[in-house]
Design a protein around this ligand. Structure first.
Ligand SMILES: *Cc1c(COP(=O)(O)O)cnc(C)c1O
Length: 494
């Protein structure tokens, strides 16, 4: 039987990987999944000798099976070569007793680069089949996705990108990163409301067949760069294997030993990639999900009730200020025994009541693999200070949440790899305050002060932000989303 991805809500809504990469979301609003990941057999022992690019080809080859080896090699080269400030792409750092996988060495200093350097390459290859097609990427961002996506898609042929970020909902550095983005095909728009408003606004446009059909006749389709796209998910599976390889290589574990991972979590994309790595045979015991004061996932993973009807808090870890974790739908599909009708009913409950409840059997199944913790801003600040004073290592606020959760959940006999998802220099204010109890008034003064005091270099591209011209100034209400998209499409292609 031929292999396909299909929607989490209906097995008849099918797509090959290239089609799924272009579409983002399935046409029925579900997410694309591939069945039987646990039947895939990867040459794990051989993989321990591979470099990052080889590992990427090996892992992505099975997930994106209609891409040829040559196509993947080219995508990997264009996505990563010379783009990261560390040759290892995702280096594993041993600091004190901790193993920290630094995912933030890409051009925008957040882990999103790993997926979002790759997605545009995968889309470009997929577009070759469709001669006149053009794609407008629409993406909601809680801060890091937007910049990484704009940077990844900058000047990519036949693709435009419009990013919606919550006005006043991102850090000053994150905002500057977006509004200074170069490239005639990139657009950043501030939207009044929070991240969930932006995300549900974008989702609504994907559901709006009438609105889209007007563009379709001109050969223009919409797609998403959010972490629901398998073109982002697949490259994220790679670094779990690479982390394991590095743990073996530096004799922290023996080949075959199980390890845990602890993951700062928002939209559930990063940690889901870890779950897929486990299904594909990587010896993972537990995946520890870390959240902040918006701990809807903590409540779900401990009680089985997912309830987004709650206050939304702005925290010092804004990329995790999320109440609807989209990728959770893929986990629900898997742990329900691939029951699309069940997933559909849960998602309908979420849509209409803002909540759903899974059976105790399903909760137990999830808890076999997933542990969960959350941290308040105060706990994050305390742990950032303690880690710095003990080992001169600076955690960003998201990684600090994970650090708190790791302390709570990890088993001292099982090594745990902490995923560090952002450079502390993206959040100079919170970091300075945590480490030294003070904040300068100006973002760049804080960056300089942090460098001087910690002797850790700030990423070059962040330092350059202070002299970059502002290119994107739109601020809109949610009701204006469609009209601004039409306007941007017009600027590009009419
Ligand atoms: C996006 C992001 C997260 C959350 O990752 P998900 O895949 O959405 O769970 C955590 N930390 C940082 C710094 C991020 O940018």
């Amino acid at each position: 039987m031929e292999k396909y991805y299909h929607s989490t809500r209906n097995k008849k809504v099918k797509a090959l990987p290239k089609e799924a990469v272009l579409a983002g979301l399935a046409s029925d609003g579900g997410l694309f999944v591939l069945d039987d990941l646990d039947q895939i057999s990867l040459p794990l022992a051989d993989m321990m000798k591979m470099d990052y690019a080889q590992l990427a080809r090996c892992v992505m080859g099975v997930l994106l099976f209609d891409y040829s080896e040559a196509e993947l090699d080219e995508c990997i080269r264009l996505a990563y070569q010379g783009q990261f400030d560390d040759e290892a792409i995702t280096p594993l750092v041993h600091s004190g007793k901790d193993h920290i996988l630094e995912l933030f060495h890409g051009p925008t200093s957040a882990f999103k680069d790993v997926g979002l350097r790759m997605l545009p390459q995968l889309m470009s290859v997929a577009l070759k089949k469709e001669k006149d097609a053009r794609v407008m990427i629409l993406t909601a961002t809680s801060g890091d996705t937007g910049k990484a996506a704009m940077a990844g898609f900058q000047d990519v042929d036949r693709v435009g990108i419009t990013v919606f970020y919550p006005d006043h909902g991102v850090s000053e550095i994150q905002r500057l990163q977006m509004v200074t983005q170069q490239g005639e095909n990139t657009f950043a728009v501030a939207m009044k409301g929070n991240f969930d408003d932006a995300q549900s606004g974008v989702k609504q446009i994907f559901h709006d067949v009438d609105y889209q059909s007007g563009f379709k006749t001109k050969g223009i389709q919409f797609s998403s760069a959010n972490s629901i796209n398998i073109g982002r998910l697949a490259p994220q599976v790679v670094y779990y294997f690479d982390a394991y390889r590095q743990m073996v290589q530096c004799n922290q574990i023996r080949f075959g030993d199980v390890i845990d991972f602890c993951v700062p979590t928002g939209n559930f994309g990063n940690v889901l990639a870890g779950y897929y790595a486990k299904l594909m045979g990587l010896p993972i015991r537990k995946l520890i999900v870390a959240t902040n004061a918006n701990h809807v996932l903590y409540d779900f993973l401990t009680t089985g009730v997912y309830d987004r009807n709650r206050p939304f808090y702005k925290t010092i870890s804004p990329s995790m200020d999320i109440l609807i974790s989209s990728n959770l739908e893929r986990l629900l599909y898997d742990v329900s025994g691939c029951d699309t009708a069940y997933v559909q009913s849960l998602m309908a409950d979420l849509q209409t009541k803002g909540r759903y409840c899974v059976s105790q059997a399903i909760l137990a199944k999830i808890q076999e693999t997933f542990a969960v913790g959350y941290a308040s801003d105060d706990q994050c600040r305390a742990v950032m200070k303690a880690k710095y004073e003990a080992d001169q290592y600076v955690l960003d606020p998201h990684s600090a949440c994970a650090y708190v959760a790791m302390r709570e959940c990890a088993d001292e006999n099982i090594p745990c790899v902490l995923l560090a998802t952002a450079s502390p220099y993206k959040f100079c204010g919170s970091v300075s305050e945590a480490l030294f109890g003070e904040q300068e008034s100006d973002e760049f003064a804080m960056m300089d002060a942090l460098e001087t005091r910690t002797h850790i270099q700030a990423p070059k591209l962040l330092k350059q932000l202070r002299s970059m011209p502002i290119r994107h100034q739109d601020v809109i209400e949610r009701s204006e989303m469609k009209s601004i998209i039409s306007q941007k499409v017009g600027v590009l292609w009419q």
